[in-house]
Design a protein around this ligand. Sequence first.
Ligand code: FAD
Ligand code: SF4
Length: 337
Amino acid sequence: MRRFSYQRAQGPAEAVLMATAGAADSHSKAEFLAGGTTLLDLMKLDVMRPDTVIDINPLAAAGYGRIELNQHGLRLGALVRMADAADHPGIKSTYPVVAQSLAQAASQQLRNMASLGGNVLQRTRCTYFRDVSYRECNKRNPGSGCAAMSGFNRIHAVLGGSDRCIATYPGDFAQALIALGAAVEIASGSGNRTIPFANLHRKPADTPDKETNLLSGEMIAAFLIPAANWTRRSLYLKVRDRESYEFALASAAVALDQQNGIVRAARIALGGLATVPWRAMEAESFLRGKPVNEDNAKAAASAAFADAQGHGHNDFKIELGKRTLSRALQQAAALKI
Ligand code: FAD
Ligand code: SF4
């Protein structure tokens, strides 16, 4: 591991100030440290090379570790541990897709340690990105090429890729946030700003190294999920190589507002299949005003993958993704609530 300076922030303003100072010129880089389960791994692998690491864990006491649930919605501080949100009785009953997406992620030990803010900012599991002996990786080494295009790309994305990068966004929780129309509160030197969570991540396009729309020194403060008619009838279905402690090959976060068996609104996000947490708007539109029977669920899933593109080893993910979404929709429609 390379040398870095470690600092511990006692409050949000101090954290942002430290981060801004730590990234004062184009050669220096500062990273926040929450649970450290992504950051420290990637520093040991020499993929991430921050000059300054700012420990933000003391901010948990300043509201960043708080879960607030009321009739207006759910507010989750960025330092809430994954396990605490996954096990929260109110979240399990009112926002099941949130609890399920977290409960099915990583392992119990990791969930005890890892924060929600760190979770949404975790980096891709693309082997070529995580192994610095490969020079060709536009995300890690801009302009160098993409080893995955002609290499082994079984876990890579079939949606949202570009000719520069097809790395999959690996997290689970983000899909629940997308499906439920969440917003993210961001702390910066000039105060807090709130943006739709859907605008946080960037598709790779020509600049796969730029993964989010966070500005230098900005920090995630909280996630805001509005109360809505679809939150209770929601679930997260994750398909992976083994049933535990594994990233998604395909996943679907589904929330339905359904009356007398007819969909008034469907909210759908896909994971493990795309370069960013992926909202399936075509499938949502298709289902509006219809019952979720097998035929409609399959047709909605086909609509979601109309623009999907395989790259060889990952071709199977298109069919797997359709089946995952179709099954998730039928399970959500059948929930007794
Ligand atoms: P850190 O490692 O502390 O931070 C991660 C990144 O986010 C860093 O760049 C850091 O600077 C930045 N950051 C952290 N907090 C903030 C903030 N508030 N504002 C701005 N930037 C911030 N995840 C899944 O979703 N599903 C899985 O199945 C899964 N399986 C896993 C299996 C293994 C073996 C491992 C090691 C991880 C797995 N993960 C999985 C990923 C894991 O969930 C993440 O590593 C974890 O959630 C990251 O949270 P953290 O608090 O440890 O983040
Ligand atoms: Fe790098 Fe993206 Fe290509 Fe993976 S898919 S090698 S992360 S450029």
